[in-house]
Write a protein that binds this ligand. Structure first.
Ligand code: URA
Length: 239
C-alpha cells in the first residue's frame, strides 16, 4: 500500500497489518472491488459467502463506513441491505440525504459469524483488531479513489478503524473532525444500535440521535464548510 490514513492516535497501519496485505492497482472502484473478491488477508473469507465491497458512485461527496456485512449482506453481496440497512435508509431519508448519491462501505468486508446454539441462524461476531487492520488497505484505497468531502463512521468499529482506539463514540459522536483522509470526518451510532434498543422510547431517542448527526453531514455539505476545490463536477446527495 502506498499511503496510510495517518491516524493520529493509532500505530501506523503497517505496524498491525499482517504481511499478506493486499496490493491494489486502484484504477477504479470496479477494479478494486473485483480484486477484493479474492481477498484472503485474514481468515474471515473462509466462513463468508463472499466479499461485500463498497457500493456507490465514485464522485460521492459522502462515504459512510459501517462495521461489516451482516447475514443478509453476506448473501446479497451488498452493504446495508438487511435490517440495519432499513434503519439506515430511514435515517438518511429523515436527514435529507439521497442514498443513491453516496458511497457506502464497511471497515471489514467479510461477514464474521458463529452458528447459533440451536437452529440455522448465523450470529454476528465483532471483528477483532487484526481483522480490521487486515481490511484497512481496501478502505484506504476506496477513500483515495472517491476522495469524499466527508467520511461518516457508523458505530465504534468504523470509528476506531478510522479515528483510532482512543476515540469515544458516545462522547464524540456528531463532532466534525479534521483528518488527512477527508476534509471532514464524523462518527455516529450504528443503525443496528436502534434495532437493539429494547423499548420504543429509547429506540426513538437513538433514532433521533442518528438523524441529528446525519443532519450535521447535510450542513457540512450545504454550507460548504469543507474546503472547496475541484468538486464542481460532483452531485450533491442532499435533497
Ligand atoms: N451492518 C454493517 O455494519 N454493515 C452492513 O453492511 C450491514 C450491517
Amino acid at each position: 500500500m502506498k499511503r496510510s490514513l495517518q491516524r493520529r492516535d493509532q500505530p501506523s497501519v503497517g505496524e498491525t497489518k499482517p504481511s499478506s496485505e493486499p496490493r491494489h492497482k486502484e484504477n477504479s472502484l470496479t477494479e478494486l472491488g473485483a480484486e477484493a473478491k479474492a481477498c484472503k488477508a485474514c481468515d474471515l473469507w473462509k466462513n463468508a459467502t463472499q466479499t461485500v465491497f463498497g457500493e456507490g458512485t465514485e464522485s460521492a461527496e459522502v462515504v459512510f463506513i459501517g462495521e461489516q456485512p451482516g447475514d443478509r449482506e453476506d448473501i446479497e453481496g451488498r452493504p446495508f441491505v438487511g435490517p440495519a440497512g432499513k434503519v439506515f435508509n430511514s435515517a438518511l431519508d429523515e436527514a435529507g440525504i439521497d442514498r443513491t448519491k453516496v458511497y457506502i462501505t464497511n471497515a471489514v468486508k467479510h461477514f464474521k459469524w458463529t452458528p447459533a446454539p440451536r437452529g440455522k441462524r448465523r450470529i454476528h461476531q465483532k471483528p477483532n483488531e487484526l481483522e480490521i487492520a487486515a481490511c484497512l488497505p481496501w478502505l484506504e484505497a476506496e477513500l483515495r479513489i472517491v476522495k469524499p468531502a466527508i467520511v461518516v463512521c457508523l458505530g465504534a468499529t468504523a470509528a476506531q478503524s478510522v479515528l483510532g482506539k482512543s476515540f469515544r463514540l458516545m462522547r464524540q459522536h456528531g463532532e466534525i473532525l479534521s483528518s488527512p483522509l477527508a476534509r471532514a470526518v464524523m462518527a455516529t451510532i450504528h443503525p443496528s444500535a436502534v434495532l437493539r434498543t429494547p423499548d420504543e422510547a429509547s429506540r426513538r431517542s437513538q433514532m433521533a440521535l442518528l438523524v441529528g448527526d446525519l443532519k450535521k453531514v447535510s450542513n457540512v455539505l450545504s454550507h460548504g464548510s469543507h474546503t472547496p476545490g475541484g468538486r464542481n463536477h460532483r452531485q450533491s446527495p442532499l435533497r
